[in-house]
Design a protein. Structure first.
Length: 227
């Protein structure tokens, strides 16, 4: 019973966060590209020294070959970028304004539990997240509002006194409804990360990324819905 209750609570108390952190992979790539360029330059220089008699002919041929290679690399890079952008747009499936206001709501239904998460962001930076979740009493193993409130008491206490966080349980005839709002301009993200059901990826010191959050949730089965 206790393990099942914990599983249900993890589904109900969902604060899905993804960091907007820097990626060192780009720096590594640039370093490798620079090393590769230097090696090519040294190799070209050695070849020119060994072939001084045919320098003009070799330079002309090298120029033609380099031009063709650059054109191919440019075409491949553009195609790769277009493909990545198309894939990202297809997976996110919402109109994203990098310089304006964005609001996205995602929903997941599982084992009778409905979890609805809404992100509000300035560009890609999330400044507010709300959760509106519903759980039938049957999934908690209780049958009355009084029994449900007793079961939830310990979890409700975890949300009390946290700056930037507003939380409430409403006990209806057949289900409990949870509402949760996190204001990231006021809340301590590290403190929020300790809440039941929180899920994090990356370095949160840079803030919460809207696009990464949406991608992560969609990978878990959430779907974008209209408010």
């Amino acid at each position: 019973m206790k393990k099942w209750l914990m599983l249900c609570m993890a589904l109900l108390l969902s604060v899905a966060l993804v960091a907007c952190g820097s990626d060192n992979s780009d720096d590594d790539k640039d370093t490798k590209d620079n090393e590769s360029t230097e090696e090519k330059s040294e190799e070209t220089s050695d070849n020119n020294e060994d072939s001084e008699e045919n320098a003009e002919a070799e330079e002309g041929a090298a120029a033609d070959e380099e031009s063709d290679t650059d054109s191919e690399e440019s075409t491949d890079a553009e195609a790769s970028t277009d493909s990545e952008n198309d894939a990202a747009a297809e997976s996110q499936d919402f109109d994203f304004d990098p310089n304006g206001e964005n609001t996205v709501t995602l929903q997941l239904e599982q084992a009778g539990v409905i979890v609805k998460l809404t992100y509000k962001a300035d560009g890609d930076m999330v400044y507010e997240q709300t959760a509106n979740n519903e759980m039938p009493y049957s999934t908690l193993g209780v049958s009355t509002p009084e029994e449900a409130e007793e079961a939830m008491a310990g979890y409700a206490a975890d949300f009390e006194g946290i700056e930037g966080v507003t939380h409430n349980f409403e006990y209806l005839d057949d289900k409990v409804v949870e509402t949760l709002t996190v204001n990231y301009d006021e809340a301590d993200v590290n403190e929020v990360s300790q809440l039941t059901g929180s899920e994090f990826e990356g370095d949160l010191s840079g803030g919460v990324s809207l696009q990464q959050s949406v991608q992560m949730l969609q990978a878990q089965g959430y779907e974008i819905v209209e408010e």
